[in-house]
Design a protein around this ligand. Structure first.
Ligand code: NAP
Length: 278
C-alpha cells in the first residue's frame, strides 16, 4: 500500500504550472529575501527559494545584513522595497538574531507584498475568511490535502503546536473548510487524548519522533511539519516507520511538507505579481 504523500512530486507539478504562466510575462516577477546574520539553516532555505525562482523565471533578490546592523536599517530597506514597483514579494528570513524583533519588522512589509503571510493584517484575514496572503507552510499543507482529495468538512483535526508560522494560521484555514479543530501546545494536558481521536493529525513541535504509534488513531492522516537535524540527517516530529503502518496517509521528512512550503511561496509571489499588475 502506498500511503506516503509525495510532497516533492506535488511541488514539481506546481513549479511546472507556474513556469508555464511566467513564460508569457514581459516583466518577470521579483521576490526579495532579506536575511540578517548568517544562520546556516537559513542559508540552506534561501538557496532552495532561489532554486525554485530560477526554475520558474522569477527574479531573485537576496539582501543580506550583518548581525551588527540596526533594526532601523532593515526597516528602511523594507520601506524602499515596498515602494519599488519591480519588487512583488518581500520575505524576511526567520529566525532573526536575538536583538531583532521579527514581529515588529515583519509588520513594516506592505500587505500586498507580504508573501510569507505573517503580517498582523494577513494573519487576521484568515480568521475573517477573507482573501489575503496565506503563510507558506499552512498553505502548502492545505494544498497537499486538496491534492489528495481529502474532504475536511466535519473531520476531527488535531494540530500539535500553536506558532504564528504554522499552528495558528492552520487553525483558521481548517475552520474555514468546516473541520472541527483542536489546537494543542506545551501546556496541554493529556495530549494523547487529543491526538488519538484525530482523523487528521498535524504536528509542528520541533522534537524528533515526538509522536509515536500509540498516539495515532488507526487510518488517520498524519502531516509531519517538523524538521529536526541530527548527525547531518533530517527527522520529523513523527516516528515515521512506526506510524506509517497505522496511517491511511502520511508525509515523510524530508520530502513532505518542506517542498510544499517553497512551492506555496512561489504561488504567493506569482499571485502578488498578478494582483499588482491590475
Ligand atoms: P515553534 O514556534 O517552536 O512552536 C512549537 C510549538 O510546539 C509551540 O506551540 C509549543 O507550545 C509546542 N510544543 C512544544 N512542546 C510541546 C509538547 N510537549 N506538547 C505539545 N506541544 C508542544 O516552532 P514552529 O516554527 O511552529 O516549527 C515547528 C517545527 O516545524 C520545527 O521543527 C520547524 O523546523 C518545523 N517547520 C517546518 C517547516 C517546513 O517547511 N517543513 C516550516 C516551518 C516550521 P508552546 O506554544 O506552549 O510553547
Amino acid at each position: 500500500m502506498n500511503n506516503i504523500i509525495d510532497g516533492k512530486k506535488i511541488r514539481n507539478e506546481i513549479i511546472e504550472d507556474l513556469k508555464k504562466q511566467v513564460k508569457h510575462y514581459l516583466i518577470k516577477p521579483c521576490l526579495a529575501v532579506i536575511q540578517i546574520g548568517d544562520d546556516s539553516a537559513s542559508n540552506t532555505y534561501i538557496k532552495s527559494k532561489e532554486k525554485a525562482c530560477n526554475e520558474i523565471g522569477i527574479y531573485f533578490k537576496h539582501i543580506k545584513f550583518s548581525e551588527d546592523a540596526k533594526e532601523i536599517e532593515v526597516i528602511n530597506k523594507i520601506l524602499e522595497l515596498n515602494h519599488d514597483d519591480y519588487v512583488n514579494g518581500i520575505l524576511l528570513q526567520l529566525p532573526l538574531p536575538q536583538k531583532f524583533s521579527a514581529d515588529k519588522i515583519i509588520n513594516y512589509i506592505a500587505r500586498n507584498k507580504d508573501v510569507d503571510g505573517l503580517t498582523d493584517i494577513n494573519l487576521g484575514k484568515i480568521f475573517n475568511n477573507k482573501n489575503g496572503m496565506i503563510s507558506c507552510t499552512p498553505l502548502g499543507i492545505m494544498k497537499l490535502l486538496e491534492r489528495e482529495n481529502v474532504d475536511l468538512a466535519g473531520k476531527d483535526v488535531t494540530i500539535v503546536g500553536r506558532s504564528n508560522l504554522v499552528g495558528k494560521p492552520l487553525l483558521g484555514l481548517l475552520l474555514n473548510k468546516d473541520a472541527t479543530v483542536t489546537i494543542t501546545h506545551s501546556k496541554t494536558k493529556n495530549l494523547k487524548v487529543h491526538t488519538k481521536r484525530a482523523d487528521i493529525l498535524i504536528v509542528a513541535v520541533g522534537k524528533k519522533h515526538f509522536i509515536t504509534k500509540d498516539m495515532v488513531k488507526e487510518n488517520a492522516i498524519v502531516i509531519d511539519v517538523g524538521i529536526n537535524k541530527e548527525d547531518g540527517k533530517l527527522y520529523g516530529d513523527v516516528d515515521f516507520d512506526q506510524v506509517k503502518e497505522h496511517a491511511s496517509l502520511i508525509t515523510p521528512v524530508p520530502g513532505g511538507v518542506g517542498p510544499m512550503t517553497v512551492a506555496s511561496l512561489m504561488l504567493n509571489v506569482v499571485s502578488a505579481y498578478q494582483k499588482q499588475q491590475k
